[in-house]
Design a protein. Structure first.
Length: 135
């Protein structure tokens, strides 16, 4: 069996994240439709898009952490997922935050996850450790 290349590990992580995203869209979407609590307008589409991107890039970060044997990308994903799940659960339990604030929190977490993915992904694919530049 040929060894796993960094590119294959990264691709596998992204595909696993895509699978999570599709499954969550189908399951949550089905539950929302069945409960007749569909969010009107574009907010539902935007929310699911943000969640899908988060799952894709967070699974990619986990693959990167596993490949590089580094705990920081994995711990960052676990923390980010805990934060988003806390706010999603708190909103379901009656936390008085407007939908726009919740979606903004989810968007910020997704963007930070994407940036982490880009940073560690570049390191993985180039084999060069990213260093801070001195001014």
């Amino acid at each position: 069996r040929p060894p796993l290349t960094s590119h294959k590990v990264l691709t596998a992580g992204i595909m696993v994240g895509l699978g999570f995203a599709i499954m969550e869209i189908l399951v949550l979407g089905g539950n929302i439709v069945a409960a007749e609590t569909v969010v009107s307008g574009w907010s539902g589409v935007v929310e699911r898009g943000i969640a899908a991107l988060f799952h894709i890039f967070s699974a990619g970060l986990i693959a990167i952490g596993w490949r590089q044997r580094r705990w920081l990308p994995i711990a960052a994903v676990l923390l980010a997922h805990a934060v988003t799940d806390f706010f999603a659960g708190a909103a379901g339990a009656g936390l008085a935050l407007p939908l726009e604030i919740l979606e903004s929190i989810f968007l910020v977490v997704a963007i930070l996850t994407w940036l982490g993915f880009l940073f560690y992904g570049c390191e993985l694919l180039t084999g060069k450790k990213m260093e801070k530049t001195k001014n």
